[in-house]
Design a binder for this molecule. Structure first.
Ligand SMILES: Nc1ncnc2c1ncn2[C@@H]1O[C@H](COP(=O)(O)OP(=O)(O)OP(=O)(O)O)[C@@H](O)[C@H]1O
Ligand SMILES: [Mg+2]
Length: 362
């Protein structure tokens, strides 16, 4: 499978003497060192690939360079150095006309505050991208209607934007992006302005749509929980650089540095972890006997908890060939909810409490 999108050693520098700045960055200089010269290194040496059908999330704090990176991916900004390849084609080498063509037909963007045209109906708004492409009216309205239905807005076609809630307006933005049949969706904080319940609903809807449409999506967010829910792969940015790229589980269980680790503290681990990352790979003889209750390496943490609650013995984890690859004792699950490196401590000795004998259970 060849990559749909590739970023190779991308740099974007704003301000004076950009080539010189790139040289200094290549030699290891950081943002702060350049800032004193009045130069901003927005993106520094970013490389990654996105496979067809993947959701690639770029996560980082405000100012870390996410939007600048995204704008280079669709050619809205020209990289100071490096390449962007889309289906093997070097976007940086295209003429402005060819680039406009690729942008109109193959790439769609959804922004944080999706600006709808107030004097156009919902369906006309959703059809806008097709209008730009010169698709005849009847066809574009039919495709936009279909796309609105996919986004849960059936019946709202003839409404005006101000009759819709913020979440619904954002869905019109998504419908507009989907109506064009673009292979690549670039989403910049698309759900960040929504309140938490609607935001979660939009995330679910995107994941559900993705099972049908299998677009290639680059999704930007500053919220690690959102990144972990949506991302097949996640790149974490700090001060212009990508400091780690990996799956949600990689980032949670094997953070590249203390900075990434500090982000993961508030993440709901139970939504991300699977049996393969929590299981004990060293199986004792007596534990191997209890393989009557089994899970697979990708059984979710939630399901493991449900299994484990009914058992007094560990859950056995079997691979595709039914080979025992690990066990998950219940206390390990509890440990992982707090700290993934937590090793169970020995039980304190049973002691008398108000005359009642308290006995530690095995
Ligand atoms: N046109 C520009 N000229 C000068 N500096 C810029 C320009 N665009 C972005 N920057 C700077 O580049 C850095 C990265 O900005 P960028 O907008 O990419 O960050 P971001 O991660 O998207 O932040 P946010 O989460 O706030 O949207 C910032 O320091 C910003 O001030
Ligand atoms: Mg931004």
């Amino acid at each position: 499978m060849s990559a749909r999108l590739e970023a190779e050693h991308l740099y974007k520098v704003f301000g004076r003497r950009q080539d010189k700045a790139v040289e200094r960055l290549r030699a290891g200089a950081d943002r702060e060192e350049l800032r004193s010269d009045g130069t901003t290194a927005a993106v520094i040496d970013a490389s990654f690939t996105v496979e067809p059908g993947q959701i690639f999330v770029v996560m980082g704090l405000s100012g870390s360079g996410k939007s600048t990176l995204l704008r280079m991916l669709n050619g809205l900004l020209e990289p100071t150095a490096g390449q962007v390849r889309f289906d093997g084609q070097d976007l940086t080498a295209l003429s402005p006309r060819d680039l406009r063509e690729v942008r109109a037909r193959k790439i769609s963007m959804v922004f944080q505050h999706f600006a709808l045209f107030p004097h156009r109906s919902v369906v006309e708004n959703a059809a806008y991208g097709l209008e730009v492409q010169g698709v005849p009216k009847a066809e574009r309205l039919a495709r936009a209607t279909e796309s609105l239905e996919l986004c849960g807005l059936k019946g709202w076609e003839k409404s005006w934007p101000d009759e819709l809630s913020g979440g619904m307006q954002q869905r019109v933005g998504l419908a507009r992006a989907l109506a064009t049949d673009a292979d690549l969706l670039l989403m910049d904080e698309s759900f960040s302005a929504l309140d938490p319940l609607i935001r979660r609903d939009m995330q679910d809807q995107l994941l559900q749509l993705q099972t049908k449409l299998k677009k290639t999506i680059v999704f930007i967010t500053h919220d690690l929980n959102e990144a972990m829910r949506l991302g097949d792969r996640i790149a974490v940015m700090r001060d212009g650089r990508i400091v780690q790229t990996g799956t949600a589980e990689d980032i949670l269980v094997r953070p590249a540095d203390d900075y990434v680790a500090s982000f993961t503290q508030d993440v709901d681990r139970s939504r991300v972890l699977t049996a393969s990352s929590v299981m004990d790979r060293e199986v004792r003889g007596d534990e191997a006997d209890c393989a009557c209750t089994t899970a697979t390496p990708d059984t979710s943490f939630h399901d493991l908890c449900a299994l484990s609650a009914r058992l007094s013995h560990p859950v056995a984890v079997l691979d595709g060939k039914k080979k025992l690859v690990g066990v998950v004792p219940r206390q390990r699950l509890v440990g992982f909810l707090g700290d993934e490196s937590a090793e169970p401590e020995p039980c304190p000795a049973p002691r008398d409490k108000g005359g009642e004998k308290v006995t530690a259970r095995a």
